[in-house]
Ligand binder design. Structure first.
Ligand code: SF4
Ligand code: MG
Length: 335
């Protein structure tokens, strides 16, 4: 089995004044070694909470894993303690975020931050670490690394900061890189460069990527497979080609219709009217029913299952069910 990361029926709940919010409610997927899996959805879909759950970074929030398992190389991370998780975050699973300013320390020079990461993970001497830091900055395409090591994060551009973050994340040779909207804050040209960089570096080391994004353009460019999330659930999963060519779930179809034209920036997905349901007002059946133009009676009453609708292509929609029912009837009538 080539699986490096397996999330099984993950449930992540937050407690608030108005009760329990099920931010992630039964999400499952697998990532193979060296594979790039995209998780796509609007904000509020639970995609970032999924990544924080995997990294064991919920402790500063009111969030808690309420059920399910997260297997990394066969070990269940939901049962790991903070010490074990810290080791895993340093050596096995690394993460980069949308805004590197939040993960770089503003009061330390770039060189020092990189060296500390290297010394911590690779047990290098200070001198070796400086040399390695320069090599790493060169590897992420920073042209004057000897100068950059003496600068503070705020002295760098957004693109440069993200390059530094990537070099830090890759420093320990992680087997999985979780990237949460890594290029969302960058302009289009820099975005393409950063994606290229991530692709090349991870290919060299056969690192798997879990790429969290709201941007299907990024998915098309980077991913092998994709999971579409809506209201804390996975609603569709397949290889990238099939998702674009033959989306099965009405939500995915809506997302595809809303891909912006090249060079046009949109803040919201316009072509799906309505919003992600708020937790206190979750529909009974399919969570997408209030926005779905195909909603039927059953959709309001009962939630469809996440089912394989064609080879390795999964969808959570009554329409697919009906299609397969009809197909069964058809097959039956010809026998
Ligand atoms: Fe639309 Fe019904 Fe499918 Fe939900 S189950 S996406 S409401 S057709
Ligand atoms: Mg997010």
């Amino acid at each position: 089995d080539n699986t490096i990361l397996k999330v099984n029926n993950l449930q992540t709940h937050f407690t608030s004044d108005s009760g329990v919010v099920k931010a992630v409610d039964g999400v499952s997927f697998k990532v193979a070694k060296g594979e790039t899996l995209g998780i796509v959805g609007e904000s509020g879909s639970g995609k970032s909470v999924t990544s924080l759950s995997i990294m064991g970074l919920l402790k500063d929030t009111s969030g808690k894993i309420a059920g399910g398992e997260i297997f990394y190389e066969g070990k269940d991370l939901t049962k790991a303690n903070e010490n074990q998780m810290r080791k895993i975050r340093g050596n096995d699973i690394a993460m980069i975020f949308q805004e590197p300013m939040t993960s770089l320390n503003p009061v330390y020079k770039i060189g020092r931050q990189l060296e500390e990461a290297i010394i911590l993970h690779l047990k290098f001497s200070k001198k070796q670490a400086r040399k390695r830091a320069i090599e790493m900055l060169t590897a992420v395409g920073i042209s004057r690394p000897e100068k950059i090591v003496h600068e503070y994060p705020h002295q760098l551009s957004g693109g440069m900061r993200q390059r530094v973050m990537i070099s830090m994340a890759m420093a320990c040779g992680p087997k999985v890189l979780i990237a949460d909207e890594p290029t969302t804050a960058l302009d289009v040209t820099i975005q393409a460069q950063i994606l290229d960089l991530m692709r090349n570096l991870t290919k060299l080391s056969n690192t798997a990527i879990l790429l969290i994004t709201h941007d299907l353009g990024v998915v098309a460019e980077m991913c092998d497979r994709v999971v579409v999330m809506y209201a804390g659930r996975a609603v569709e999963e397949s290889d990238v080609h099939s998702i674009f060519k033959n989306p099965k779930h009405p939500y995915t179809q809506g997302l595809l219709e809303s891909i912006p034209k090249i060079g046009v920036r949109v803040e919201r997905l316009q072509s799906i009217p309505g919003n992600v349901p708020i937790p206190s007002n979750m529909p009974e059946g399919c969570k997408f029913a209030p926005r779905c133009k195909f909603a039927m009676d059953i959709c309001w009453e009962e939630e469809p299952e996440f089912k394989e609708v064609s080879f390795q292509h999964f969808s959570k929609c009554w329409l697919n069910e009906e299609v397969s029912q009809n197909a069964k009837k058809f097959v039956g009538s010809t026998q």
